[in-house]
Design a protein around this ligand. Structure first.
Ligand code: SAM
Length: 220
């Protein structure tokens, strides 16, 4: 998935992935992120989940390629961000929410600062298989020791190749994170009945699943 693909999606308003409500898995499992943690939201779009996390007292730092998405997030929350150019990215910050606008893979710990938790909804599953290993490694590199995460995925069958979203099942989640994190499944729920656009693509079963990830060696 190249940058042009996503830029075009935002320019044309083809953002079927954007939800008009806060993700239910986040509402039910956000305690997994720990109290007062600074939360990284990779590939954040203009997700309402960031505003909700901030309202719970978290500092939120999203990373998003599209400036249109970042501007829309702040405008829709009636926030006026301070804009600061960084090497390879632009920081937009208002209150306890910032979005680093740039390529996720080009952002390092220096630009990001310390993060003790991350929340991934529709980031891992937005990437084709060939990019997912690199994505998980970069997330692990960006996080502080003792970091914990909440990951929300989709898996469906048949697992047709023309994502995003791509189908990422539990075996893949466990295999990709095994080196750096312990993985526990928190919830799995059927979602195809509420998603006719996927049924039209020939998908016959689809589930959303949430996982708790904890950096190995972390004591709770
Ligand atoms: C499927 S959307 C999910 C957005 C958000 N997580 C949500 O739940 O609405 C994936 C987002 O990742 C962004 N994106 C894709 N590749 C990226 C990259 N390399 N660096 C930063 N953002 C990227 C896209 O612009 C898009 O907004």
């Amino acid at each position: 998935m190249d940058h042009g693909f996503w830029m075009e999606r935002w320019q044309k308003g083809q953002i079927g992935f954007h939800n008009s409500e806060v993700n239910g898995m986040l509402l039910r499992h956000h305690a997994q992120l720990g109290a007062a943690a600074r939360v990284l939201v990779p590939l954040c779009g203009k997700s309402l989940d960031m505003g909700w996390l901030a309202a719970q007292g978290h500092e939120v730092v999203g990373i998003e390629l599209s400036r249109l998405a970042a501007d829309a997030f702040f405008a829709e929350h009636q926030l006026q961000p301070v804009v600061e150019p960084l090497p390879g990215a632009t920081r937009l910050k208002a209150g306890n929410i910032e979005i680093l606008c740039g390529d996720f893979f080009a952002i390092g710990r220096q630009e990001l600062g310390a993060v003790t938790a991350w929340y991934d909804r529709a980031a891992l599953i937005a990437l084709p298989e060939a990019m997912r290993g690199r994505y998980v490694e970069h997330v692990a590199r960006l996080l502080s020791p003792a970091a914990r995460g909440l990951l929300v995925t989709l898996d469906y069958s048949p697992p047709v190749a023309q994502g995003p979203p791509f189908s990422v099942d539990e075996a893949e989640v466990r295999a990709r994170h095994a080196r750096d994190f312990t993985v526990a499944s928190l919830e799995r729920r059927e979602v195809l009945s509420a998603e006719p656009r996927f049924r039209e693509r020939g998908i016959t079963a689809m589930h959303e699943q949430a996982y708790a990830l904890v950096r190995r060696g972390t004591h709770s």
